[in-house]
Design a protein around this ligand. Structure first.
Ligand SMILES: Cc1cc2nc3c(=O)[nH]c(=O)nc-3n(C[C@H](O)[C@H](O)[C@H](O)COP(=O)(O)OP(=O)(O)OC[C@H]3O[C@@H](n4cnc5c(N)ncnc54)[C@H](O)[C@@H]3O)c2cc1C
Length: 399
């Protein structure tokens, strides 16, 4: 059977690519031995957010809610995949002449283009954050190895469920890619909630429950890369690999490892395959933690902006001065920071507190559209909301 595009993997990247591909009129095959939706839907983002955002102390009803949310979303996704030919099989590249050949169970499929969207798996073989967010029973005490997004979300969930939690972080602060003010604000909040954090430790204890939040490994084995002359998955900003017609998107690229980046990359790949021009700008992709409190940022930090040669101006707003933040019962440690160049163009938006995962959307617009703080200061954000901190920080940069 011959297609325009064959997609290996039906996670966030593969399903986003398949939907756009069909919309563009391409004959599209989507291969995955597992149910559509991948890690995000079945064991990652969605179960984690059910646990964190609609926490229910009754394990049976939490379990039922998790299942029902996943089923509803999977049904919606299946509908949106109408027109895509789905194979419940693993796909393996097996060479290229004029077209690519892909082994799919007993069949061989052919296509002008192939998108690799095979995702990632936990680097360690031990208990992972995915295991915790899909478990019916939680350990009484847990040590979490790794103070990144997955480790801190796991810690927030276990603590909310009344468990004793210690986070071990190899570095000397949480979230080394974040602004120091943001890391410090999150640390203060986590400690107030009773989570213990130890720095400079990378070896777990020999006894007790250890959750390994030590990163992910890209799934490249079994893709048949060697049959098209590749030894690894590497992409440019158009999501092209060095082999013409072969694209990659999502965690398998090792670039950003979030579902929203996977979707952006996948759609970019399809557009370029169709002859349009699109590139992914990673400096406009937000980083979001659904910790308690939420933490998010987009764009450059003060340090990376200076390293890129900008003369930098910053403004920091303590969220305890923001009505919408305190009125919602927050603990007063939150912060919002804007980074701008000498002319006031906003380069980065960073924050911890309130629904940061939501209000960072305004930050994405400010950074991607290169809005000047002078103009942002004249925008009107609703009162009383945490978003008002963005306008206040912009005003501080200009007045
Ligand atoms: C606990 C946890 C919480 C998370 N929370 C968030 C969050 O809040 N927000 C966010 O943006 N991201 C979050 N993430 C990250 C997000 O889940 C991933 O970035 C996203 O799932 C990546 O999508 P993907 O399509 O690249 O890969 P995956 O979802 O891993 O899908 C890859 C698919 O490819 C299939 N596959 C593998 N090899 C083959 C092959 N040879 N042929 C065919 N199919 C194959 C697999 O079966 C799998 O279904 C979280 C992750 C975890 C673990």
């Amino acid at each position: 059977m011959t297609y325009d595009l064959i997609i290996l993997g039906a996670g966030a990247a593969g399903t986003a690519a398949a939907q756009l591909s069909v919309k563009k009129g391409l004959r599209t095959a989507l291969l995955d031995p597992n149910p559509v939706g991948g890690v995000c839907l079945h064991t990652g983002c969605i179960p984690a957010k059910v646990c964190l955002q609609s926490y229910d102390p009754n394990p049976a009803s939490l379990d039922a809610r998790r299942k029902s949310v996943i089923e509803t979303l999977e049904a919606g996704l299946r509908m949106r995949l109408t027109g895509v030919e789905i194979f419940r099989e693993k796909g393996t590249l097996c060479g290229r002449t004029d077209v690519f050949a892909v082994r799919c169970g007993e069949r061989t499929l052919y296509a002008r283009g192939v998108l690799l969207a095979s995702g990632s798996v936990p680097r360690s073989g031990g208990l992972s954050p995915e295991d915790i967010f899909t478990a019916s029973e939680l350990p009484d005490d847990a040590v979490i190895l790794g103070g990144g997004a997955a480790g801190l979300e796991t810690a927030s969930y276990l603590r909310r469920a009344g468990r004793n939690v210690t986070v071990l972080e190899a570095g000397d602060r949480l979230l080394p890619q974040a602004e120091p003010e943001v890391s410090a604000s999150l640390l203060r909040s986590l400690k107030r909630k009773g989570i213990s954090v130890r720095f400079g430790v990378s070896v777990p204890p020999e006894t007790g429950t250890v959750v390994y939040a030590t990163g992910r490994k890209m799934v490249t084995q079994g893709l048949g890369l060697e049959t098209v002359g590749l030894s690894e998955v590497r992409t440019n900003a158009r999501m092209e690999t060095p082999v013409r017609g072969l694209y990659a998107a999502g965690d398998v690229t090792g670039e950003n490892c979030t579902a929203h980046a996977a979707i952006r990359e996948a759609e970019c790949a399809v557009r370029n395959f169709c002859g349009e021009t699109d590139t992914v700008d990673y400096s406009c992709i937000p980083h979001v933690l659904f910790t308690d409190p939420q933490t998010a940022w987009v764009g450059r930090t003060e340090e990376t902006a200076r390293a890129d040669g900008f003369v930098v101006k910053t403004a920091v707003v303590a969220l305890k001065s923001v009505g919408g933040y305190l009125a919602a019962g927050a603990d007063g440690t939150g912060v919002c920071k804007l980074v701008a160049d000498a002319d006031g163009t906003i380069l980065g938006v960073h924050g911890c507190g309130g629904a940061a995962a939501e209000w960072i959307a305004a930050g994405v617009v400010l950074v991607q559209e290169r809005i000047n703080a002078r103009d942002a200061a004249k925008m009107c954000f609703a009162h009383p909301t945490v978003s008002e901190a963005l306008r206040e920080a912009a005003r501080m940069l200009t007045d």
